[in-house]
Design a protein around this ligand. Structure first.
Ligand code: MG
Length: 372
């Protein structure tokens, strides 16, 4: 399908440009002109079939948003999460439902604008994240500063990111592990009957530190305890979401039984979820697509820190738009799992890069993205 057939332009000004140009909007005084909003559903093709306990897929559709005003274009992206009944189309409807706000409000007053947007959209956190990212990219460009500088962060503090290995046969797991040679820490997906074979396949290739994500796959606390005790002998740094999110009491018990730190992912959607998790987990995995963007992620990070929890910044399968937006906050966190753009074959953007595992933030204003 051609790009033009998917693209929708909402409320374009007279001199609206076609995607991806974005530079033909009529010149206006600062903060005076109406904005142009564009949405596009982009199919991201995975380098390998991506399998977790949740699903198996060859591609992911994400919603891309472009907000053009005063000659500047902010780019955002949202990766809808099936678990929360989101689709790329539902995300697009949500964004287009607030087009009037995004076209007419001044994005430099982004706190007020985003509060109005959030009040109007029920659920649809990936859509909210796409809007927030586009607005913050625009604001950064407008102020002449990278987004991380708006938060007072030093890009030299950006952490190492893990590279994720999805669930597969032992042979392909070994191949993926070899392909991940440039990355010093791996995140391995488990949660099925094949867990031991998966870890043994990885360990047959590398001695690197591993982080393990069960994606709620172990539904029996005794099974989870036994698996984690074994993982403690396998050079694993921590485990993510071993039990289903709703099993908070069982999770407290599990934490008392093992030495490995345990992170909440599916149990932790928003900052408001975090206080009730503080006794059950050692840390939380914050993702822009769960919380609703950069501002909300910052709030979740502060909440977790206040409660003494470790913080990981994670991601869905996304392009460099979302990953670079998340990376702007990465100097604040203990661990990064920002590899969604590394798992796809047709990333439309260049933004954050990875050198020997470490996240390197682009120097440009806003997100600092360029089109490929
Ligand atoms: Mg996870």
């Amino acid at each position: 399908m051609r790009r033009r057939e998917w693209m929708r332009t909402v409320g374009a000004v007279a001199a609206a440009s076609a995607w991806p140009g974005g530079d033909a909007v009529a010149a206006q005084g600062p903060g005076t002109g109406p904005a142009m909003l564009q949405t596009e559903i982009v199919r991201l093709n995975l380098r390998h079939t991506w399998t977790t306990t949740m699903s198996s897929s060859e591609y992911r559709d994400t919603l891309h948003v472009r907000l053009t005003r005063d000659g500047l274009t902010g780019t955002g992206e949202g990766a809808p999460i099936v678990r929360y009944k989101e689709t790329a189309e539902s995300a697009r409807r949500a964004v287009e439902g607030v087009a009037d706000l995004l076209r007419t409000r001044d994005p430099r007053h982004f706190q007020k604008l985003l509060a109005e947007v959030f009040a109007r959209i029920e659920g649809e956190w990936a859509a909210k994240s796409a809007i927030d990212i586009a607005v913050m990219d625009w604001v950064g460009q407008s102020l002449g500063a990278p987004v991380h500088r708006l938060f007072g962060l030093d890009p030299a503090d950006a952490p190492v990111t893990t590279f994720s290995i999805g669930i597969d046969t032992p042979e392909i797991t070994r191949q993926k592990t070899r392909e991940a040679e440039p990355y010093p820490v791996l995140k391995v997906k488990v949660g099925l009957d094949t867990d031991e074979a998966t870890i043994e396949a990885v360990r047959s290739v590398t001695k690197k530190p591993l982080r393990v994500d069960a994606n709620e796959g172990w539904t029996d606390k005794e099974v989870a305890r036994r698996k984690i005790k074994w993982l403690e002998t396998q050079g694993v740094e921590f485990i993510e979401q071993p039990l289903p999110a709703a099993m908070v009491e069982e999770q407290k018990w599990l934490r008392s039984q093992v030495d490995l730190p345990i992170f909440a992912d599916e149990a932790c959607l928003h900052a408001s979820d975090i206080p009730k998790l503080a006794e059950a987990y050692d840390g939380v995995n914050v993702k822009l697509d769960k919380v609703g963007g950069i501002q909300q992620a910052y709030q979740a990070i502060v909440m977790a820190r206040t409660l003494g929890l470790k913080v990981m910044l994670g991601c869905m399968i996304s392009s460099s738009a979302t990953i670079t937006a998340a990376a702007q906050l990465s100097p604040l966190v203990d661990y990064a799992d920002l590899d969604g753009h590394l798992l796809i074959a047709n990333d439309p953007y260049v933004g954050v890069t990875v050198e020997q595992g470490r996240l390197i933030l682009p120097s440009g204003n806003g997100l600092g993205l360029t089109r490929r």
